[in-house]
Structures are given as structure tokens and as C-alpha cells.
Design a binder for this molecule. Structure first.
Ligand code: AGP
Length: 600
């Protein structure tokens, strides 16, 4: 997810673009750049770093331009990969948010026809296509070029021969016009220009817009009345897009972040393994896989490991990175998968080095393109969750689980693991997860109440079975790390082997009890603790399961066993969030913790 911004007719384009980028930085911050007019040429300033590292004093006075703050999806965060991008003749500058899925074939064709590329990004193909199609009208040229693009995009373009014009178009990435006295704007998010206007026009997929100092012209993809509307929130609420905390915003971003993760990956056989020499079929040759991770990423790996066994017949082991020791004897035939949101966790990187030194093939699954984990492993896969600011992992957890789920299905397809119908059925269920999460997040009142009730307790248990065990560990970790309640995640079957001694009158127990084969054994565990006075809350996806049980019950949407780990995870996140709110802790920056633990 990136932030893009264009302005036309303003007095000091470089300063206004810089200020707007700072407000968009929550959308991505691994590199940044801007382009402004300089007579009949374009002047660029780009940096492999944060917005504040841009030296805008190097730019000439200008009244229009475009800008970008990047969350890398293709190509590491270097200056050459920072947007805006230009074609060979530097006549155009382009900024992009999204993923051009067919960038490789477009790039091949452009290089064959003589274009020289200067970056590793998917975006640069658009700059060269605009150069080829330009015939005096940058908006018409963008309208033509967009027809060749597959994937998702919000695109802004300016041309040196058209002073004052910003061209814009979008498909499945947001773009909104801002109409102000000082000039007109177009951006990923209103926050970029909210300081100047509350009059906006939200573009829709396929729309093409021409923005100038005194006018805007939107060519709608489908006929509709185009007229400004007023936004009613104040700027200060906007950095969190209106949410009180980044964590709640990121919880609510999960339908979107999972949609992003699914783009281009749900047709069996197409899965983007980023590597110089390893392909998906290469990964399908391994009969053994070892996951190495920490914290939430360990829990995601534990949940996913079962899917590798079930669908791909790959024997899996999940190791805490800090405890990992490679098995030299089997290293040659082992795929070691490092799961790490930040891609910089010292324990995980250390384990990755041990795996490589032992001769194992390594794959990283991470949220940060260009992170050490992507450079150190033999191959890597981005989860595309966008920047996760809150220390507590939320969308990165479901993103990791989702990407590993997809990978298990693709490997199963190649290894003839699960039956093809089963794999297709499960892929269809994954496509449905964003809708289920949207429905769940539409009304979290009951989960809010449970969280605030839990806040009065010093300890609690979260029970699960199968993948639910991993989700129980993750929910307990969320509760622990942001509300400071001593929550323990447990495999339900383990209760009677000791932990049951801790159950007493009123002990809170959250039970992840999906319908299907796990229901009976989960119900037995719930009865066990209830008989000893526990206050049991059932989180389930079946309507009738606990009607006569006396258990407080929260229903998640969806009936597919494969979607419950996602809905159960989000229920646990919301409960943890409201427990923390009730306790008044620092939700986004809990005590003693850091977003990326780069020390051992
Ligand atoms: C989870 O909410 C925590 N932020 C923490 O456990 C985290 O998952 C762990 O430190 C691993 O981080 P990584 O995914 O960046 O490697």
C-alpha cells in the first residue's frame, strides 16, 4: 500500500507535496519522491528513506507536481525504485499505488522495442508506455495505457509539455480529488490535502481525471453524476484514518489487506515466488518443511503448518526461531520457511543463517519488501498487508496465514496432495474471507463488551484445537501484550494434564469452537472447565451449537472450516483491543515491547 498525491495550480508545489506525503506516510514509508515542473522539463527528488529525508530545496519553484511515499511490493526500497518513475526521454513522471500483475510481459515487450529500464519496479512499465502513446494529451495517453494493465492501480502522471495538468486513473486502489481555493489535488487519501479543502470527489474504478488549477474533468467509467461532496472530519483525526488507534485501524484493514494478498494468487499454478533461481515447482519438490518464527509469526506458522500437511503432504515442523537448531542430516531435502512481518527480527534472521549454513533451501514470508529476510533467503514471498504501525501484529498475522494457506494449496496442486476439487473448494473459501471479515467487523458490540468484562480479571485462558490451538495462542498473545492480562493459550486437550488445576470460580475461558469435527471435543473441554466454575465464552461459527449450553456465545460468519481461523483471530483481536482500552494501556505502544525486535 503506498501514498500518492498530485497538485495543480498551487503556489509552492514542492512544499505542499512534501507536507501531503508526511500525512500519507502511514500508508508506506520505505522510500519517497516527488516530481515538479521545471519550465518544459520535470525535476525529481527521491530518497530511499522517509519523507523527511527528501531535500525539496533542490527543486525549482513550481505550481504543480506529483509525489509518492512507498510500501515496496516489487523491488527493494532503493532510490532507483522510489517513485515517481520516468521513461527514457524523461518527458513524463508517474506515481503508482497497487500492483501491475502483467508488468513482466509488458517490460519484456518494451525492452525488446528499445526501452531502457532503470528500476526493478512494476510501475516503471507505465512510464514507458506513456512515452510510446503520448500524442499531446497526457490524460488521453493514460486512458489508453490503462487498458494494457492487469492488477490494481491508482496512477498519477504529469508531462513536461503540459504545464499544470495532472492526469489520474484508478482500478482497485483509492483516488480522491480535492477542490480548493489554492488549487486542485488528487490523492490516495483525503488526509493528504484536508488542510486545504473539505470538498472532494471520490473516483471509481475505470474513471479518468484531468486536474488543473481552476478545473477538474472526470470521465466516468460508467455514467453517473459527478459532483463534490463535503468530508465532515477534521484533519487531526485523519492520520489514523478516523480510528482512535492504529491497532483498530489495522484490525479493520484486514478485509482489504487479505484482498491484496489474494490478488494474482488464486489461480492454481500462479504464485509469485520472488527469487533469482527458485520457482514454485522447485518448492514443490520438498517432502519436509521447517517453519522458523517468533511471536505472532510463530503462531501464524503453526496454524499454516497443518495446511502444508493436509493439502500438500509435506511433513512440517514449527520451531521458535530462538530455539532452532538445524538437522544437518536432512537439510538437503528440507525447505526452511522463515515467517517474519518485519523481516528484521534478529532471532529469525539468526535461525535463517543457521538453516542456510546447514544446506537447507530457505524461503522468507514477510511484509517488508527489501527487508533483510528477503535478501538473505533463497526466495521470498510478500504478504502485502501494508505498513503495520501498531506493535501488536493483527493484519500481518492474517496476511501471513493467508499467504501460507495459498502456498499450501498451490504446492498441494503441484504435488497432487489434496484432491483437486478439495483444493479448488478451499481456494473459493479463501476468496470469501474478506467478505466474512467485513461482516464480522460491521458489528463488534458483543466482542467489545467481552473485552471490557475481561479487563476486570488478571488472568484468562483461551482454548483451541487443531488450527484453533494456534489461534488460541495468538489471541492469548494479543490479550497479554496490549492489556497486560496474563492470558494463556492452550490446546484444549491439554487442560486435564495440569492446567485444569488453575480453573476456579469465575475464571474467564474463551473457547474457539467451530462447527464440524472439532465441536464435540471442544464441547467436552468447555464442560470440564464450566464444571469447575469457569465463565466460558464460546467463539463459534455455528448458530445452533450452544443454544442450550448456558455458555455465552459469539457467532462468527461463515461455515467453512477453513475460514474459521481468520474470523476467530479477528474476534480475539477485537476482544484484546477493548480489554486494553478498558484498562487504559497504551494500545499501539505497549510497555517493554517494540515493533521489530532486532536484538537477540
Ligand atoms: C506480535 O503481536 C508481536 N508484535 C511480536 O510477537 C512479533 O510477532 C514478533 O516479535 C515477531 O516479529 P516479526 O514477525 O517481525 O518477525
Amino acid at each position: 500500500m503506498c501514498g500518492i498525491l498530485g497538485c495543480a495550480g498551487v503556489d509552492d508545489a514542492a512544499s505542499i507535496l512534501y507536507e501531503g506525503l508526511e500525512r500519507l506516510e502511514y500508508r508506506g514509508y520505505d522510500s519517497a519522491g516527488l516530481a515538479v515542473a521545471n519550465g518544459n522539463t520535470l525535476a525529481l527528488e527521491r530518497v530511499a528513506g522517509r519523507v523527511h529525508q527528501l531535500n525539496i530545496r533542490s527543486l525549482p519553484p513550481a505550481t504543480y507536481g506529483i509525489a509518492h511515499t512507498r510500501w515496496a511490493t516489487h523491488g527493494p526500497p532503493t532510490k532507483a525504485n522510489a517513485h515517481p518513475h520516468q521513461p527514457c526521454d524523461a518527458s513524463v513522471a508517474i506515481a503508482h499505488n497497487g500492483i501491475i500483475e502483467n508488468h513482466a510481459e509488458l517490460r519484456n515487450a518494451l525492452e525488446t522495442s528499445g526501452h531502457t529500464f532503470t528500476s526493478d519496479t512494476d510501475t516503471e512499465v507505465v512510464a514507458h508506455l506513456l512515452e510510446d502513446t503520448y500524442d499531446g494529451d497526457i490524460v488521453a495517453s493514460l486512458d489508453t495505457v490503462k487498458e494494457q494493465l492487469e492488477g490494481t492501480y491508482a496512477l498519477l502522471a504529469i508531462h513536461a509539455e503540459e504545464p499544470g495538468v495532472v492526469a489520474a486513473t484508478r482500478y482497485r486502489s483509492p483516488l480522491v480529488l480535492g477542490l480548493a481555493e489554492q488549487g486542485n489535488f488528487v490523492a490516495s487519501d483525503v488526509v493528504a490535502f484536508r488542510a486545504y479543502t473539505d470538498q472532494v470527489i471520490f473516483l471509481e474504478d475505470g474513471d479518468v481525471a484531468r486536474v488543473t488549477r481552476d478545473s477538474y474533468d472526470v470521465t466516468p467509467a460508467t455514467p453517473r453524476t459527478i459532483e463534490p461532496q463535503r468530508v465532515d472530519w477534521k484533519l487531526e483525526e485523519a492520520t489514523k484514518a478516523g480510528f482512535p488507534h492504529f491497532m483498530l485501524k489495522e484490525i479493520h484493514e484486514q478485509p482489504r489487506s487479505i484482498e491484496e494478498a489474494l490478488v494474482g494468487r488464486t489461480n492454481l499454478g500462479t504464485f509469485d515466488i520472488e527469487s533469482n533461481d527458485l520457482t514454485l515447482p522447485d518448492l514443490a519438490c520438498f517432502d519436509d518443511a521447517v517453519f522458523i518464527a517468533c511471536g505472532s509469526s510463530y503462531n501464524a506458522a503453526l496454524a499454516a503448518s497443518r495446511l502444508f500437511q493436509t493439502h500438500a503432504n509435506i511433513a512440517t515442523r514449527v520451531e521458535l526461531a530462538s530455539e532452532y537448531e538445524p538437522l544437518e542430516a536432512t537439510a538437503e531435502r528440507t525447505l526452511v520457511i522463515a515467517v517474519t512481518q518485519s523481516g528484521e527480527t534478529a532471532d529469525t534472521l539468526d535461525a535463517l543463517r543457521k538453516a542456510q549454513n546447514s544446506g537447507a533451501t530457505t524461503l522468507s514470508v514477510t511484509n517488508v519488501v527489501g527487508s533483510t529476510a528477503t535478501r538473505q533467503a533463497d526466495a521470498w514471498v510478500p504478504i502485502r498487508a501494508g505498513p503495520e504501525i501498531s506493535v501488536a501484529a493483527t493484519k500481518s498475522f492474517t496476511g501471513q496465514l493467508n499467504v501460507l494457506h495459498l502456498l499450501a494449496l498451490h504446492l498441494g496442486h503441484l504435488r497432487r496432495g489434496s484432491s483437486q476439487p478439495k483444493i479448488h473448494e478451499e481456494m473459493e473459501a479463501l476468496r470469501h474471507v474478506p467478505t466474512l471479515l467485513r461482516s464480522l467487523l460491521d458489528d463488534t458490540t458483543h466482542l467489545d463488551q467481552i473485552g471490557r468484562w475481561l479487563a476486570d480479571h488478571e488472568r484468562c485462558f483461551v482454548l483451541g484445537k487443531g488450527q484453533g490451538h494456534a489461534v488460541a495462542l495468538e489471541s492469548a498473545l494479543k490479550i497479554k501484550e496490549i492489556s497486560y492480562i496474563h492470558a494463556e493459550g492452550l490446546a484444549a486437550g491439554e487442560l486435564k494434564h495440569g492446567p485444569l488445576a488453575l480453573i476456579e470460580d469465575g475464571t474467564p475461558v474463551l473457547a474457539l469452537a467451530p462447527g464440524g469435527t472439532l465441536m464435540d471435543s471442544m464441547r467436552s473441554s468447555m464442560e470440564e472447565v464450566a464444571a469447575r466454575g469457569a465463565h466460558v465464552i464460546a467463539l463459534t461459527d455455528t448458530r445452533e451449537a450452544f443454544q442450550d449450553s448456558g455458555f455465552e456465545t459469539v457467532h462468527a460468519p461463515g461455515e467453512e472450516p477453513s475460514t474459521f481461523p481468520y474470523t476467530a483471530t479477528v474476534m480475539g483481536q477485537v476482544i484484546a483491543y477493548y480489554a486494553a482500552i478498558e484498562r487504559g494501556t497504551n494500545v499501539d505502544k505497549p510497555r517493554n515491547l517494540a515493533k521489530s525486535v532486532t536484538v537477540e
